[in-house]
Design a protein around this ligand. Structure first.
Ligand SMILES: [Zn+2]
Length: 240
């Protein structure tokens, strides 16, 4: 039973130098973002997409967790079995910081997946290059990052995690891919941590009002500068 439910996104890893398609203006090192992140792009040119993910995977090797990644790992030690962390990030910085109770909603860069049988295995930082499935020997092997246009099986954890949670924390996520407000509405306490208030308008009006209405607390700061305030809020709510 996890009392603390964290849902994180790109803002958690941004200060560690992990860039995202959202701040890339549609181009990511000369790759068209919609092409490399969609099932259409994958169907059109598998080698090109594989090269893109090989480069992202290699980029990760020298990246280090930041103060917030370390804080989240320490939270698991402070409150054993009471923290569940679901991340939209595909990097391994939480694991490098020592987190164990973590679910990657959109897959991870460090795994490959067999398209024939679904088997997933770790490739580490190495490039995918004529790899074949250990289980069924198929050569139809792909990166293990969820693309636009396909389902994300780990989304089932979103609803399970909410069931027992008392504190919901939206951390470094814009709320555009996964709407965070329905979770804030359900949890007893909810904390929104993000570098800025998103300015886009939702069907409910401005996102700012939307967040202000449903979250108990907001910490508007880059992740590493939000640690102390977040820690104080969690300590307060875990005591009460
Ligand atoms: Zn297989």
């Amino acid at each position: 039973m996890s009392k603390i439910f964290i849902l994180s996104g790109a803002g958690l890893s941004a200060e560690s130098g992990i860039s995202t398609f959202r701040d890339s203006d549609g181009l990511w090192e000369n790759f068209d973002v919609m092409e490399v992140c969609s099932t259409q792009g994958w169907a059109k040119d598998r080698d090109k997409i594989t090269n893109f993910y090989n480069a992202r995977r290699a980029d990760l090797e020298d990246k280090e967790p930041n103060k917030m990644h370390h804080y989240l790992a320490s939270l698991e030690e402070k409150y054993p079995n009471e923290v569940i962390h679901l991340t939209q990030n595909v990097d391994n910085l939480c694991e490098k910081a020592g987190s164990k109770n973590l679910v990657h909603l959109h897959g991870t860069l460090l795994d490959l997946r067999c398209e024939a049988c679904g088997f997933v295995w770790e490739i580490g930082y190495a490039p995918q290059n004529d790899d074949f499935c250990y289980k069924c020997q198929s050569h139809n092997v792909r990166h293990n990052v969820v693309m636009f246009g396909e389902s994300a099986p780990n989304y089932r954890h979103l609803y399970n995690s909410l069931d027992a949670c008392e504190i919901f924390i939206a951390l470094g996520t814009s709320g555009q891919v996964i709407d965070v407000v329905p979770f804030a509405k359900e949890a007893e306490q909810s904390i929104y941590v993000n570098i800025k208030r998103e300015e886009y308008v939702t069907m409910f009006g401005s996102f700012e009002e939307y967040i202000d209405t449903y979250f108990t607390d907001k910490v508007i700061a880059p992740a590493t500068q939000a640690v102390d305030e977040l820690d104080a809020l969690i300590a307060k709510y875990m005591k009460s």
